[in-house]
Write a new protein. Sequence first.
Lengths: 311, 113
Amino acid sequence: MSDHDHTGQNRRGLLKCMAWAGTGLAWTVAGGVPAAFGLEAAAASRAIRPFSFVQVSDSHVGFAKPANPDAAATFKEAVAKIAALPEKPAFIIHTGDVSQLSKDTEFDTADQIIKEAGLPVFHIPGEHDMLDEGNGKAFLDRYGKGSKGAGWFSFDHGGVHFVALVNVANLKAGGLGSLGPDQLAWLKADLAARSSSTPLVIFAHIPLWTLYEPWGWGTDDAAQALSFTRRFGSVTVLNGHIHQIQQKVEGHVSFHTARSTAFPQPAPGTAPTPGPMTVPAGQLRSVLGVREVKLVTRIGPLAVIDEPLAS
Amino acid sequence: MLSAHRTLRGAAALAAVLALGFAAAKAAPPAAQVTIDNFSFSPMTVTIPVGGEVTWTNGDDIPHTVRAVDGSFRSKALDSGDAYTATFAKPGVYAYFCSIHPKMVGKVIVKAQ
């Protein structure tokens, strides 16, 4: 599942950030992954100022089946939670599967809902957002301003470099997620311009490490992309797609997949298929959630705090 | 068997009706059914004669698509209960997959008459 290398860094200071949540922040990841996961940032870079941002994922607006009869409603609750955060995040990133079937009505509803947070939003598509006649053109027309190819882009905030990747276009039969040569060439050039002390946050829909190949939970050419990050001191990879939290640390790169705001999926290999998992009524909100990522300059690392919709 | 030499009107009319009858029977193409369920195409391989058609029906609780690897046929996104039919005019082996879940693969073998 996730393996884990604590570099001995003291995370007590980060636990203070969790007090605002009020609850014990029930993280349901087995294997001893702590609630606040600190990530190394650049060593004392003056350019890095404290801020936080939020990741939401897999809202699947339009989904209405036993696993969740109203995905729009739980997405609305998730956004309300973001809007209620005591310290305003700088922006939201949506790591894809905004819609269930790429319908205009679904995207419209998702946009109306996320607008309630009153924050800038960056979107990348999931495979469910590529189902229109134009194979993702609807998504691009709506969210792709300033992006390249199937919707990839990068931006800087508070001294951190954010990279948005698309690994759900041109999928091949029998394959996993795919970035493609054009995007890889763009990524190489994009990162070449950054100093190694710049913290990187890379987000893509399908995980950039292979969690479970039979279910397609991985990206064929992720290794190449990650090779471009080798010289960077702090790399955080944020993914969605699998509707559960899984984490991995490999050297200076930490990977985190996120909960969905719509429905959970089974842990790798624990069910015949990766389809929507129905949980007892009343428990649904405890397996859905949003993620706040905080950069704390005093100690350096980013605090990644996953919060369920209900504990 | 119809005789090509009859010229009497009645016989010609009868021949026309019988001919139509034969034509109608030939018009319905051979059809194969594929069920999409539990993230798989079932049966994974179907064999049909040229001119035949295959109908895929999605019985899963998640959408799927049917897309030929060579691009010769593709469905729109099929939600639960939706169906898609493709007709095969040329013999060959057509590999296909679900573009949403590319691990789902299948094959249509089209045999020449």
